[in-house]
Design a protein around this ligand. Structure first.
Ligand SMILES: NC(=O)c1ccc[n+]([C@@H]2O[C@H](COP(=O)([O-])OP(=O)(O)OC[C@H]3O[C@@H](n4cnc5c(N)ncnc54)[C@H](OP(=O)(O)O)[C@@H]3O)[C@@H](O)[C@H]2O)c1
Length: 339
């Protein structure tokens, strides 16, 4: 396991981050994603930590708080030292029917963080992330709320997720103007079947020395090898009923065919090739994996040992490439004689 600097901070995180969206299965979409209960969660966390994972990502919204509760309890039951773990959680998604049980305002940040800390049985989280853009809350208010929770000692660093590059830059500009803490990380969907963030967010993160934390690196399981043009898995595989993140299936099947040949060359699973590709991408700090059992977990962590050759990376890059949107193609074109 390699460890990377979490953006421009002094914190080292494992290149694999354990995602906890499969914990709980409490209502709505969460039931379809996974419903691991305490024993299974303990098993998963113990095995991940034994393999060198020190970074765990959750959210208040995952199973409406149950994921945080299971995670917090597991850390206690396993007797893990809080000092050895970097814990990330999030705020912004809906947590109940109330008018203010959703959003990124100061009120929600304060309430939701206290609720998260109670469920996690912790006095602070290491990375507190805005789960998405809130169209009605001024970014200045969000950044002020986040600054206050950092100063209160309940949060070490702040990050964002699912924001456009201009939104991140505006938020960090506001923070800079006031001398407040800035987002040190951006958590985004990134997989061989979803490379949109390469256009704006990756260059931004590189320029700003922000950590990139890719989520759904297997496109929710679509790139795990069990979905092919001719076959779908049996049983309760998530993507059979929950079509997220959106995937251009024809393109994805072409990618999967190339992944299969590369997987045979390395004698590893197709899932490991999907993960090894994300791990090899410039700027990627820690890839957030999902697992419904320890077999999947160990398979995914083993991807850290797969080093793709230049030729394999090129083949995978080429088959997964999509036309660049404007202005990216014009920026590339004009930049050609300024390299
Ligand atoms: N910030 C955000 O908005 C956001 C959004 C989504 C996720 N996330 C974070 O990212 C984490 C990972 O997301 P994800 O769960 O969507 O990741 P993913 O890696 O794209 O999908 C994980 C799913 O793929 C299948 N799978 C995993 N490993 C496998 C293997 N080795 N072989 C076969 N199948 C395998 C399992 O589903 P089946 O067995 O059911 O097929 C598993 O639940 C989440 O836990 C969360 O922390 C963040």
């Amino acid at each position: 396991m390699n460890y990377n600097q979490l953006g421009n901070t002094g914190v080292l995180v494992s290149e694999i981050c354990l995602g906890t969206m499969t914990f709980g299965g409490e209502g709505g979409i969460w039931k379809q994603i996974g419903s691991l209960q305490q024993d299974a969660v303990n098993d998963l966390i113990k095995k991940a930590v034994d393999q060198g994972v020190n970074f765990i990502d959750t959210a208040n919204a995952y199973s409406f708080g149950v994921s945080e509760t299971l995670l917090g309890k597991s850390i206690k039951l396993l007797g893990l030292s809080r000092h050895d773990l970097v814990i990330a959680t999030k705020v912004r998604a809906r947590m109940g029917p109330g008018k203010n049980q959703v959003g990124g305002g100061r009120l929600q940040i304060m309430h939701q963080l206290d609720d998260s800390l109670k469920r996690l049985q912790m006095d602070h989280v290491d990375l507190y992330q805005i789960h998405g853009f809130d169209p009605i809350t001024p970014l200045e208010e969000t950044m002020r709320g986040l600054e206050d929770v950092v100063r209160s000692g309940k949060v070490r660093y702040i990050g964002c997720s699912n924001l456009a590059a201009w939104q991140v830059m505006k938020a960090n500009g506001i923070a800079d103007k006031h001398g407040w803490g800035k987002f040190i990380s951006t958590q985004n969907y990134y997989s061989l079947a979803g490379r949109d963030l390469e256009n704006e967010l990756v260059p931004m993160a590189k320029d700003q020395q922000m950590a990139i934390l890719p989520w759904s690196p297997l496109a929710g399981g679509f790139l795990s090898g069990k979905y092919t043009r001719d076959n779908k898995p049996e049983g309760d595989s998530r993507r059979l009923t929950f079509d997220f993140p959106p995937v251009n299936q024809e393109l994805a099947y072409n990618i999967i065919e190339v992944m299969q040949t590369v997987a045979e060359e390395h004698n590893v699973s197709v899932a490991q090739i999907a993960l090894a590709w994300v791990l090899a991408k410039p700027g990627v700090t820690s890839v957030i994996i999902g697992a419904k059992n320890t077999d999947q977990l160990l398979d995914n962590i083993a991807a850290t040992g797969v080093k793709l050759t230049e030729e394999q990376l090129t083949k995978l890059d080429e088959v997964s490439a999509t036309p660049k949107p404007y202005p990216q193609w014009m920026i590339d074109r004009q930049g050609n004689d300024r390299k």
